[in-house]
Design a protein around this ligand. Sequence first.
Ligand SMILES: [Ca+2]
Ligand SMILES: [Ca+2]
Length: 140
Amino acid sequence: MGVVFIDGTTVRDFVKDEEAFNKAVDPLFTDLDTNKDGVLSRSELRPAFERLSLIESHLGVPVHKTPEELKVIYDEVFEKFDTDHNQTVDHMEFREQIKQILLAVAEGLGDSPLNMIVEDESLLAKAVEHEEAENHRVKV
Ligand SMILES: [Ca+2]
Ligand SMILES: [Ca+2]
């Protein structure tokens, strides 16, 4: 996908379309669930956090942290995902938190389209694809 124009509305519309959103998020969950027990453990969720810090760096937030600082952050984020505190993250918890994160990203983007580089398989790329599909549907 490479460089795209994206604004807060692109991301918000994507999150609002529950079907499209779940379709994009559920494979992430399945990928992360390496032992296939249907829930995510702390160590399984960690690669997702690493991907999310990638989103931060796209938005110009510098990410320079020591391993100790990172561990504290990962623990905090895990607690945030694990809303019922049973030490695992299930499908619903995962969807809900990804939704919150994307809405925070949308807030950060605001309403003026920003030219940014997105990874092909990232959720932001999916949001842009979603918008393009919607636009197409309106025109047809
Ligand atoms: Ca698992
Ligand atoms: Ca839980």
